[in-house]
Design a binder for this molecule. Structure first.
Ligand code: HEC
Length: 112
């Protein structure tokens, strides 16, 4: 279900990717709310824990060229963290967090 939405979103984002990065992020994750995503990232101390692991500002944990290399994989990873860390995020929350990470760190461009 989530995967289907994401695939459709990734295709839809192609046209807007170059002109409107924020809108493109939303396109990749239908239903995503960037303001909510930012709030959730702060509330759940995602960055604090990542800083403990990789140092700096924690952003080195995000590796767009690693195994998380598609919008769908990113959403799946956030969902895994959600489950493992017992964050209690709803599916829309997960997409909103993924959209923020996409906008700030991963910046996936639509695949040809
Ligand atoms: C308790 C510590 C901890 C917290 C809290 C945490 N993470 Fe992580 N996260 C990690 C560790 C450790 C890794 C690296 C795992 C690995 O490389 O196998 C990671 C990896 C990731 C990755 C994959 C990075 C990549 O490109 O391979 C994402 C995405 C991610 N975290 C998102 C989040 C989000 C979003 C939150 C908050 C909702 C969060 N994490 C909270 C410890 C944490």
């Amino acid at each position: 279900m989530v995967t289907t939405l994401l695939t459709a979103g990734a295709a839809g984002a192609q046209a807007t990717a170059s002109t409107a990065p924020a809108a493109a992020a939303l396109h990749r994750y239908p239903g995503a709310d960037l303001a909510l995503g930012e709030k959730l990232v702060r509330e759940h101390k995602c960055t604090e824990c990542h800083v403990r692991k990789v140092g700096g500002d924690g952003s080195a944990i995000y590796k767009p060229k690693g195994r998380i290399n598609t919008p769908a994989a990113l959403a799946t990873m956030v969902e895994m963290c959600n489950t493992e860390l017992n964050l209690g995020l709803f599916p829309d929350d997960v997409l909103s967090v993924a959209a923020v990470l996409q906008r700030d760190h991963y910046r996936f461009v639509a695949k040809p």
